[in-house]
Ligand binder design. Sequence first.
Ligand code: AFP
Length: 335
Amino acid sequence: MHSITLTQFLTEERRAGFGNTDLIQLMEVVARACKRISVATGKGALGGVLGEAGTDNVQGEAQKKLDVLSNEILLDANAWGGHLAACASEEMEDPQPIPDAYPKGGYLLLFDPLDGSSNIDVNISVGTIFSVLRRPENAGVEPGVGEFLQPGSAQVAAGYVVYGPSTMLVLTLGHGTHVFTLDREVGSFLLTRRNVRIPEQTSEFAVNMSNRRFWEPPMQRYVDDLLAGKDGPRGRDFNMRWVASMVADVHRILTRGGIFSYPLDRRNADKGGKLRLMYEANPMAFIVEQAGGAASTGRGRILDIRPEALHQRVPVFLGSREEIAVAERYHRPTT
Ligand code: AFP
């Protein structure tokens, strides 16, 4: 198949006025780092990288060796690029400013270096998720947490890389969502789908059903009606899929439609949900909206949330537009 490379695609985007040279080069650096993560995940047991790192991250979750390695790869690659002021990661409590020894730029990069990492040891797809913000106009000398607390609608780029049977990069610069496949022999990402569109309707849902008893009543009613299929109010059967790797679940939805949900449950309600707003929900919401889908907390658009903390969590519903509207109707207060 003849296809253009990521570099050619980004050059075209810049010529079309979508992104400046700095942003385009930043995307190249992130993509290069993800190729290294792809090599490390691909080696599996042979690379000695499986298993626990023996440490906890800022959220108190046990870190895998590959979580730590992926975080380091992304930090190292981006330190000297000259396009960033600071990075923030799921694996670090505070943002890391670009060291003084290196040139600094006007962007902020947030990432979940290896999402779904509890799947690594069983050889199921994992992924990197990233989000790019511009430094605010009134930025101080040293970029602090406050600079990162911008709504998702302010993102200038977002993407994910799924390390599965093939390694794929999905990217938006705010003008459509595009898919690239890594040609492992050549070492280049090649454009394999331009302007992805998520089907507006779906008969497939993704949720961790074992949490049902902890959900709020509207969520229980919504999923019960999906399960009732032809015999219930929805009048048709629904299929279920759950990889437990958000990147893989979202990638399926981008490919054939569906609804992905990680709702509030009693155990995570005081934290606001399970998934993180700044480097999971926001970038995925941007990607999905740019592909014609929708992304909601069940009660409002994710990209409109005004963040209060770097590691804030939110309930997430994303995917086929019409199905998100249905899920939101169940969550609307009845009078
Ligand atoms: P890990 O990175 O700890 O594996 O968590 C992955 C994740 O945040 C997201 O990718 C999945 O959708 C979700 O957790 C799966 O959660 P459950 O294990 O509760 O199904």
